[in-house]
Design a protein around this ligand. Sequence first.
Ligand code: HEM
Length: 463
Amino acid sequence: MAVLVLVFGVVVLGLCICTALLRWNEVRYRKKGLPPGTMGWPVFGETTEFLKQGPNFMKNKRARYGSLFKSHILGSPTIISMDPEVNRYILLNEAKGYVPGYPQSMLDILGKCNISAVHGPTHKTIRGAMLSLISPIMIRDRLQPKIDAFMRSHLSSWDGKTIDIQKKTKEMALLVSLMQIVGHESNLIVEAFKSEFYKLVLGTLSLPISLPGTNYSNGLLARKNIVNILKTIMEGRRACPSNQQDMLDCMLREEDPRYKLNDEEMIDQLITIVFSGYETVSTTSMMAVKYLYDHPKALDKLREEHFTIRKNKGPEEPINWNDYKSMSFTRAVIFETARLATIVNGVLRKTTQEMELNGFVIPKGWRIYVYTREINYDPLLYPDPFTFNPWRWMDKSLESHNYFFLFGGGGRLCPGKELGIVKISMFLHYFVTRYRWEQDGGEIRKFPRVEAPNGLHIRVSNL
Ligand code: HEM
């Protein structure tokens, strides 16, 4: 009996403490005019529920509080916006005080001059410098021919093999970017760069705790090593100028004072280019392979487009710019994959001052999660939204509707959009014209990022 009473007492005490902590955390953030919502536990907030339930966490909250609500996730008080109009407003109005709000770990590891860490006039300079490297003309004249050559070689000798397409597309996305930033030297540094880069990626989404062995510390160390690798190449180029016309060359030779960057800025932009095109390009490529396997009609149509291009070419003849421009169904497959898989769930902003948003008050320094995922499944925009239907994108107006946020929007619209599409198109070209494949199961996790936890294994054979 005494034991029962004791257990009961402990349970009641535990409940009281929990209620007090939850209540305290609500009171702490209480402020007139804030959007509705709950803040969860001190320090941890509602992060566990958010990561565990993913999109359902968001939908349940929206059902309860509406499309704009508050929570405490990933270490910060956060306003979550699921309202397409509000999302558009935030993306188009950075100048009013909605600047990027990415986690501290990401800013520390990608560098203080990386494009997402800067705003105002500095962002204008850095973005201008970046756009000059990946403009449509640069893609046409310099980048596309090299991407073509890379894919032709990367996708050779897959016949008869079982490969993990997740691993292969990640490798593809990293190597193709590395080749673009430092040309021939990429062959010399690839192994050292690769292992450091994987640690850097892990570190960008970690708790910023500087203890030995944490992902954060490993990420910072990896950044240091990558910076040293790039610095050595820069010094070599200065001592003995190359004429490779890769991105580093273009940066070193830049004469336009508006876009001339110092060494630190150059290095941060090079790292950002590799980082930004890594998971986005690799995951879209992997998911396209999966969806095409599941939808043979779309695969047939895609093959038809690519064989029409190959018809007048020799077996080793490269794809040229006009060929690429004629790949309209391929572009549609890429958009449909990015939409259906939701490669990017949303973007993060933070307020630089107290703001009024949709009748609510958003305190200074709070994060805003511009959550765009649900727009991808809006049946008014995309009838039968859970079906993989690339044909819907053949209507070109879909690419320019007001709520098209697959590549972000406003002044931060992805500058690498076309470059990413070229890479995935070249990959698909060589993949579907050379091979057929059988898929061996493969679970896909959709949140917080799209991934195949055990890899996506396919058995490949020549067509
Ligand atoms: C399928 C491929 C891609 C997708 C889905 C994608 C998506 C996005 C999204 C949603 C944003 C907006 C981020 C924000 O507003 O905070 C963004 C920004 C950015 N992306 Fe991409 N991206 C892709 C490929 C690439 C590639 C290949 C590059 C390489 C250059 C790149 C470089 C960037 C950069 C530098 C920014 C930041 C722009 C700024 O802050 O002004 N992206 N991307």
